[in-house]
Design a protein around this ligand. Sequence first.
Ligand code: ACO
Length: 464
Amino acid sequence: MEACCRYCGFCKQLDRAAVVLLAKMKTVENDMEQKRTATLDLGNGSLPLEFPIMAGSMGPEVVDIRSLHARSGVFTYDPGYFSTASCSSKITFIDGDAGILLYRGYPIEQLARQCDFMEVCYLLMNGELPTSDQKMSFDNTIKEHTMVHEQLARFYTGFRRDAHPMAVMVGVVGALSAFYHDAMDISDAAQRELSAFRLVAKLPTITAMAYKYNIGQPFIYPHNNLNYAENFLHMMFATPAEEYKSNPVLARALDRILILHADHEQNASTSTVRLSGSSGANPFACISAGIACLWGPAHGGANEACLNMLEEIGDVSRIGEYIKRAKDKNDSFKLMGFGHRVYKNFDPRAKLMRETCHEVLNELGLQNDPLFKLAMELEKIALEDEYFISRKLYPNVDFYSGIVQRALGIPVSMFTAIFAMARTVGWIAQWSEMISDPEYKIGRPRQLYTGAATRDVVTIALRK
Ligand code: ACO
């Protein structure tokens, strides 16, 4: 056959052959990419083991060591999960070194400035931002579920009036599990969604009721003409004797707090919700477990602890003394609202929160708020200090959120409860993602046992 040009049949065949060859090479390349492995030599004379490397859409690759124990008899050791990915997830992405936070791929800055909390809830639950029709329908669905069963209100009277709101929240949200027998089948996506609607809708009602019980005022029913943030402020601050008219700047500030706290990938409380849920437990009980975990001062409780710390410092002249204490290894004091396991750069939420802080204080004519000035000075001094620089300790979201909440009239003891209200959508979205994952299994970490070796019981009379 004469091969004269690329248009003759022979040349065309050659072209086609080249294309096929290229495609084959690509497949081999892709296969090689997919089959890239990490080799582990245990140093005990056994053959090295290969483990597949898995790549996500962004962020560090992971080594899949699920077969490690079966193949070698050893476990990995990673208390505090410094290097362990506990699941795969499509919901939230953090690049802690770059200070990036994305919900479903969207930067938190854009969501905070262009969306409201209901849009963000829809996004976290469904994977996409809603159209205006979808948004309207979602808003209405949430509003349909804002009331709580009248019998749930009786739970509050079982608590002391001075109980911490988070103690009340753990109990009352857990108690929701006893109320919804119509949505017990967690393998049914529609029932899971119904539980999510109920949780997102009722959390503001339950949170505001915890406050009203604490101060001895009657509970205020939700008002479905108001948006999510306005409704919460109404339930917090209205009384049967007096309507509460919310200030749009303050309602928007609360809405931003809710957006910024809505999800944060596999943090301690979210991992608690996933671990509780992995046994097939009731979703309301799982969220209650998440609230319990969030309460701690190293996690969500930091906003309360941070404001208490600022009040304790009291004056710019005392900052040096507290910075010294934070650096002293013999002193358990830490600069609350500073440091983060993942962010080794500015927490992007802290920047947005500082912006909101300015807006709220300006609106209220509190530009010279002494606590805000103190916080800004403390931040400045810490960021110039070698101890904080070398450890990459930056302000986290909780550093400024307390000042905003305080300006909104929310008492310090309620700060973490509001965090829980915001995070509920993230918890339930992560829970639902886990349940619908075909690879999901009960979470069961292993351990390095360091206790007594096997020994025999000595009868009580002979024990020394
Ligand atoms: N003040 C003073 N020193 C600190 C602080 C702080 N706030 N945070 C960390 N350090 C020091 C540690 O003492 C440690 O020093 P070393 O290396 O000399 O031992 C080093 O920085 C690393 O800190 P770790 O505690 O090992 O970091 P880890 O990732 O385990 O902890 C945490 C992160 C819990 C957030 C910690 O920074 C902290 O306790 N911060 C204060 C509480 C807080 O603001 N929590 C809110 C976190 S955000 C959120 O959950 C919403």
